[in-house]
Design a protein around this ligand. Structure first.
Ligand SMILES: [Zn+2]
Length: 373
């Protein structure tokens, strides 16, 4: 992983490059940033720069043996800890290392949700169990293979239970020699304050729309219209933007799907509603989340279209034509409640709610709201 594959984040990259270039790497770092900010791939880019045998001031060479090993997540001095679904056969990250490598290599902007989907463990609680802390100590007690630093990359340390977190704290208080801890978190507020005080924080920000547009055009050869629409829906999350692109040719477009939903909500038809619900319940969680995000975008633009500056409407082309007809149904009375419904349903879907029950409820509630004058 090289720094130039990470979208935006100039400030974080600059700080990390400087640390390695000046040989002043702190013993514990915290890469904090929302999903899709790129803090996980950045941790790999940082490791690769650190271990590269022909590194330059601007990063790793990308071709030496060390670079190759880090890029494949098989460098012997680079260790990983990540949340697991505990079972009879899975006691710690070690038992899922192969799966984690595959998931990350296929999708460096991996989210916790993606990871648990990969494991087919969507309904299990992700956890870093206490056993992991003994593993950390054991791994760090070996001398480094390649004679430099050992690195312990802990992804989502907020998933440690209290006992595991306290043991980690002890290790951070008395870190083994030549060891760097890189904690990669999406929820720093869930970490112990005492852990936060032991690490140097590197904040990662949500990507800007423009950064996502440019990255999509450069990496996926899409036209600027598609890149723009995708960036708007992705809402600062580059991982989500890639996901949206990968699914964009999957049958019904977002617009058609949303239109059908709204027609059902305007004039409730039970048989057709059941059909829509079955199709959408079978489409998978990512697709369902995108439906809610798309709806939120349409509501926002409708309000802008009705009351605000029409130039701030972000949808264009066919979608704008739909908006002109749809916007009159969104008013000051129902806007907030529609947004609340779509937001909370997004949240429930993420937490494994039954999509069939949820969609039926949503159609009925939207029916009530959208007919509000
Ligand atoms: Zn190299």
């Amino acid at each position: 992983m090289l720094y130039n594959s990470i979208v935006g984040q100039q400030e974080a990259k600059g700080r990390l490059l400087k640390m390695v270039n000046e040989n002043r790497v702190p013993h514990a770092l915290l890469f904090s940033g929302k999903e899709g900010s790129g803090n996980l791939p950045a941790a790999l880019a940082f490791a690769q720069h650190l271990y590269c045998t022909q590194r330059t001031e601007s990063g790793a060479c990308g071709t030496c043996t060390s670079c190759n090993k880090v890029a494949k997540l098989i460098h012997p001095d680079l260790h990983f800890v990540f949340p697991i679904a505990k079972s009879k056969d899975v006691k710690s990250s070690n038992d899922l290392l192969k799966e984690f490598r595959e998931a990350f290599l296929a999708k460096p902007y991996l989210s916790l949700n993606d990871w648990f989907n990969e494991l087919s463990a969507e309904n299990k609680q992700p956890i870093i169990p206490v056993e992991e802390s003994s593993d950390i100590l054991r791994k760090l007690s070996y001398t480094s293979y390649e004679g430099s630093y050992k690195m312990m990359l802990i992804w989502q340390p907020e998933k440690m239970n209290a006992e595991a977190a306290n043991r980690l704290l002890k290790i951070l208080e008395e870190p083994p020699d030549q060891t760097i801890f890189v904690l990669v978190t999406t929820n720093p507020e869930q970490l112990l304050a005492t852990i936060i005080s032991r690490v140097q924080q590197i904040p990662f920000y949500s990507c800007s729309e423009q950064e996502i547009i440019e990255a999509l055009i450069a990496n996926y050869e899409v036209n600027s219209e598609v890149a723009k629409q995708t960036a708007i829906l992705a809402n600062g999350n580059y991982g989500e933007a890639i996901e949206l692109l990968n699914h964009s040719d999957e049958g019904v477009s977002f617009l058609n799907n949303f239109q059908t939903f709204m027609r059902l909500a305007l004039k409730f038809d039970c048989a057709k509603a059941m059909q829509w619900i079955d199709e959408n319940a079978a489409s998978g969680r990512e697709r369902q989340k995108q439906f809610f995000q798309y709806g939120l975008e349409v509501f926002r633009d409708s309000l802008m279209f009705n009351y605000g500056d029409k130039n701030l409407v972000r949808l264009s082309g066919q979608e704008k034509a739909f908006l002109e007809k749809f916007a009159p149904f969104v008013n000051r009375k129902n806007y907030e409640r529609l947004v609340e419904e779509f937001n909370s349903n997004y949240y429930y879907i993420e937490r494994n709610a039954n999509p069939k029950i949820l969609f039926m409820d949503l159609i009925l509630k939207t029916n009530e709201l959208i007919n509000m004058k």
